[in-house]
Ligand binder design. Structure first.
Ligand code: GDP
Ligand code: ZN
Length: 397
């Protein structure tokens, strides 16, 4: 039996629509052999796609080709050793799903920014997704310059220069750019190597109070199930701080009208179950809560914490607003009193109305209660030409 490993990190796969995020994720995760149930896969695909994989290295061989995502070495066919288990979070690149990407960015330890070699760089979502990473202070990024099979060598080199310039202008010249072709399996080994070099496993602050962001919630019971066999609702998400144990009593914030106390009945990641989980990849938490409350991602955006976590809950907040200058459509008018904005607070989307503006200090009344921490950064989108566009971020006071 193989050893049970919880994924150590979440790697976001981001970038403009059609640049090859899903194709690359498939190559990196050998999705054909993926063990997630179809139900989980389907549920997640409308929100954040996600899949776990292991990065391997051959013990006997050296060089880039010794790295990969399969157990057998492609050079000598001997068994490779696992270096790290990771979760990939495939963020939708379509503009209408920007909020989904932004809520996922809260969970990323690092990211692959996929940029197609056959289009000018940056495309609108390349810039917007990149700005979201920057806002969260995520520096551990690898660019996959994908679809190199569609361009000539000269075009690929020209495009590579443009990507490098884009990164330099953003102050990210350290970011490696790996030319890839998801279609022809080109440089997947180099991409794995770059990810290992670039994205470290964070320190596990296991002594800190628990903080887990929920991205999904579901009812796992089949219709017509015998009432004695009904299982409680399941919460899926990532632990940002602390650990979570089986049978532990924790709280769900903001809950429904008030925080909900719940007992952890099971913990799993992929097909493995655990007695304890910690900071890292996505985990599913079984609870003793009525599954009806969890149905259809109803609890997405909530926070799981213990008595020591002390989050704030409220429907008003004061923020310091920072406009993101580089966004393509950000030659915006100043924010106005009574303007509605979309806020992503942790993994939760909310709508707020601006009630007061004093310099860059802004008061907002939220449509529904939010759970947050002081100094937390939240993404702010404005309605520009009838579309919600990321315009900046706020730091909660
Ligand atoms: P996403 O929207 O970024 O997730 O992009 P997809 O992975 O869905 O890919 C969009 C389209 O580009 C699909 O038709 C893919 O088959 C194609 N595609 C993805 N990667 C490559 C590649 O490396 N080379 C070529 N020629 N096509 C690719
Ligand atoms: Zn080998």
């Amino acid at each position: 039996m193989s050893k049970k490993l919880q994924p150590e990190i979440n790697i976001g796969v981001i970038g403009h629509v059609d640049h090859g995020k899903t194709s690359l994720t498939t190559k990196l995760t050998n999705t054909n052999t993926d063990k997630h149930s179809d139900e989980i896969k389907q549920g997640i695909s409308i929100r954040l796609g996600y899949a776990d994989t292991c990065f391997y290295k051959c013990k006997k061989c050296s060089g880039l080709q010794a790295y990969g995502v399969s157990k057998k070495c492609i050079l000598c066919e001997s068994d490779c050793e696992i270096i790290k288990k990771v979760s990939f979070v495939d963020a939708p690149g379509h503009e209408t799903l920007m909020a989904v990407m932004l809520s996922g960015a809260t969970l990323f330890n690092g990211a692959i920014l996929v940029i197609a070699a056959n289009e000018p760089c940056p495309q609108p979502r390349t810039q917007e997704h990149f700005s979201a990473l920057k806002m969260h202070g995520i520096k551990n990024i690898v660019v996959a310059q994908n679809k190199i099979d569609l361009v000539t060598k000269e075009q690929a080199q020209e495009n590579y220069k443009n990507i490098k310039k884009f990164l330099k202008d953003e102050g990210y010249e350290h970011v490696p750019v790996i030319p890839t072709s998801a279609h022809f399996d080109v440089n997947i080994d180099a991409l794995v190597y770059a990810l290992l070099e670039t994205i470290d496993t964070p320190d596990y602050k296991t002594k800190e109070p628990l903080k887990m962001r929920v991205v999904r919630s579901f009812d796992v019971n089949k219709p017509g199930i015998d009432i004695s066999k009904i299982k409680g609702g399941v919460l899926g998400g990532a632990i940002l701080q602390g650990t979570l144990k089986k049978n532990q009593e924790v709280y769900l914030y903001p809950g429904i009208k008030k925080p909900i106390k719940l007992k952890v009945t099971s913990l799993s990641s992929g097909k493995d179950s655990f007695d304890e989980v910690r900071v890292g990849g996505l985990v599913a938490v079984g609870t003793d809560i009525d599954p009806v409350c969890m149905f259809g991602d109803r609890m997405a955006g909530q926070l799981i914490c213990d008595e020591k976590s002390k989050p704030l809950v409220g429907s008003r907040m004061q923020i310091k607003y920072h406009k993101i200058e580089r966004l393509l459509e950000s030659n915006q008018k100043p924010l106005a009193i009574s303007e509605n904005v979309v806020l992503i607070i942790g993994t939760a989307a909310n709508i707020g109305t601006i009630t007061k503006i004093k310099g860059n200090e802004i008061d907002i009344v939220l449509k529904k209660e939010a759970v947050y921490y002081p100094k937390e950064k939240i993404a702010i989108s404005r309605l520009i030409n009838n579309r919600w566009r990321l315009s900046g971020y706020g730091e909660i006071k």
